[in-house]
Ligand binder design. Structure first.
Ligand SMILES: C[S@@+](CC[C@H](N)C(=O)[O-])C[C@H]1O[C@@H](n2cnc3c(N)ncnc32)[C@H](O)[C@@H]1O
Length: 207
């Protein structure tokens, strides 16, 4: 496993990331427009900054991440969680979601898809795990330069996404009603140098 996230997990929750995650969770809630569903799942949950903010969307919420250290943080937060959902944590292989106990009403993720190598397989798996009418909704970033991941030596993912190409990939994976839009500009500072980036949300429905 990529050691970057193993090293980052314990210090991931900075005030800036917490603020941004709140905004991302708001956007996913708005765009997915799901009433409370039986099962929701998140890919690449990290420390759950977005996942716990959306926990009230499901009776059972499954948070997954390939990093053991991220999952350790998730388990500690799940043990302290007193909200309305049953929260389960699962360490899943990269690019894969765990098997849900029932078809999902919502699958979501934030800044995780650009780490997934086989995009088509991940999108097809999400489509298979959704109930008919269920929604995939995620946030990721528009194209950035390679320098954006200069602080992450093992990075082997995508330098952001072209929205139109990614919408086409969702349609190819079986989603309908695919839509997306940019909603937030932010910046990442590496060695004193600011790298601006733009986040977009994208949603598709399982027919
Ligand atoms: C940029 S962090 C985002 C964390 C969290 N979703 C958030 O918004 O705060 C990316 C997360 O994706 C996970 N990840 C890395 N490669 C992955 C892969 N191939 N499939 C799924 N998750 C992955 C990492 O362990 C990390 O927790």
């Amino acid at each position: 496993m990529d050691s970057y996230f193993e090293q980052q997990a314990a210090r991931w929750d900075t005030p800036a990331r917490i603020r941004r995650a709140r905004r991302i969770a708001q956007e996913i809630r708005l765009r997915a427009g799901v009433a409370r569903c039986r099962v929701a799942m998140e890919l690449g949950s990290g420390t759950g900054l977005v996942g716990f903010a959306l926990a009230d969307c499901a009776q059972t919420l499954i948070l997954s991440d390939p990093s053991a250290a991220m999952c350790a943080v998730l388990r500690a937060k799940a043990a302290a969680y007193r909200g309305p959902a049953a929260v389960r944590v699962c360490q899943a292989p990269p690019g894969r979601l765990p098997d849900p106990p029932a078809p999902c009403g919502l699958i979501f993720h934030s800044m995780a898809l650009h780490h997934v190598r086989d995009l088509g397989a991940a999108l097809r798996q999400s489509c298979q795990m959704l109930a008919p009418g269920g929604c995939l909704c995620f946030v990721d970033m528009e194209p950035v330069s390679r320098a954006f991941h200069a602080d992450h030596p093992d990075f082997a993912g995508y330098d952001g996404f072209d929205q139109a190409a990614l919408r086409a990939a969702l349609e190819k994976a079986g989603f309908s009603g695919v839509r997306s839009a940019a909603f937030l500009r932010d910046q990442k500072v590496i060695d004193g140098r600011a790298h601006p980036f733009t986040l977009f949300w994208m949603c598709g429905t399982k027919p």
